[in-house]
Design a protein around this ligand. Sequence first.
Ligand code: NAG
Ligand code: NAG
Ligand code: NAG
Length: 389
Amino acid sequence: MEKCLVFCFSFITLFICVKCSLPPPCDSEIYCSGPILHHMQEAKLFKDDKHFVDMKLKSPPGEVLAAFQTLLNEWPNSSIPTEKLQEFLEANFDKPGTEFETWMPTDWQEKPRFLSGIADEKLRLWAEQIHGLWKSLGRKIQTSVKDHPELYSQIFTPHPVVVPGGRFRELYYWDSYWVINGLILSEMTETAYGMIQNFLFLVERYGFVPNGGRVYYERRSQPPFLPLMVESYYGATGNRQFLRAALPVLETEYRFWMQNRSVTVTVTGSEHVLNRFKVDADLPRPESYTDDLELAEGLSDEVRRRLFVDLKAGAESGWDFTSRWFINASGQNDGTLRDTRTSQILPADLNALLCRNERLLASFHRLLGEILTSDLHLAFSSQLLLHED
Ligand SMILES: *[C@@H]1O[C@H](CO)[C@@H](O)[C@H](O)[C@H]1NC(C)=O
Ligand SMILES: *[C@@H]1O[C@H](CO)[C@@H](O)[C@H](O)[C@H]1NC(C)=O
Ligand SMILES: *[C@@H]1O[C@H](CO)[C@@H](O)[C@H](O)[C@H]1NC(C)=O
């Protein structure tokens, strides 16, 4: 277990003491912590740190860890030559991307109706090209990921996903809101349905939606757009049965944001529960391991840990990264990436989103005839508004 860290901070009217012994980004001793991750990333075998943590294990983690221990014993000063690391990697890992089957969305069609509504020819061609992207961004995860999750960093989800593309070869939370709206415009409601089912599946498993579909994202989320995804889908299909099944899961996610991502502030005598991004996980982000280590160089132990936590909170915000989260030593919004203090800010956009979600949940309950729960959510949403009487 990591050494315990105690720190206090104050910001505006917040005054909070946190005593923490934080867990790593995930429990895997290969993908999220431990000597293999450290040596492989420090050796910079690939241009992008995400490459290594997306590789599949060829044998069970225990065996791979034991084999690496042998290597460490051979090189006690821990200066394992790069060729040895390379050899180890080839013997024990497969390249990224092997966990997918090729998959074509079954509901894709050449000419969805929206295209004929675009008068400008250049714009219409552009829209057609974007519509064509669905064919190359769809992915289906092999069932072997479900049967042997310990061999993969990829998190199994039962339905096909549309990925952002490039180095982002897994689903992402808030990106998917716009993807789903695009799919609906392309009349691909079946694919949109599957994506939403995946997110509901993740909430049932984790209690919230992880940042993305990898184990190294499993202790952080992203701006909560799941209720809006459900709204978009319901708006397109009017499927009440879908809404009824989704609603308890949306409530679970909502509880996560209210219990695990909130603070109570007192303004002119009245209390308000407001939300923030905050990730309770230590260590550098596995997928940006050396970036985080280099950024933290020369900082004290305590400040370094705090930075690792706030960089993850920055990733959770979806704004990774931005000067919005820079707070310098005198508490001013001025500084550099090293001054990232995401968890010390109550972002207006996140709070507006939570307010929107409360009103949405209220309207879903009302639609399904659950008036009492509906009123409760409305009461909460008005509590969020600092200046409402
Ligand atoms: C580390 O140990 C290995 C094997 O004992 C040796 O060959 C190598 O020169 C050592 N490197 C350093 C920097 O001491
Ligand atoms: C939220 O916080 C509670 C209480 O601190 C904790 O027991 C729970 O595990 C947290 N949930 C998640 C999903 O992190
Ligand atoms: C923080 O930023 C403010 C505003 O630019 C500046 O006046 C102050 O000197 C800075 N403090 C530190 C410790 O850098």
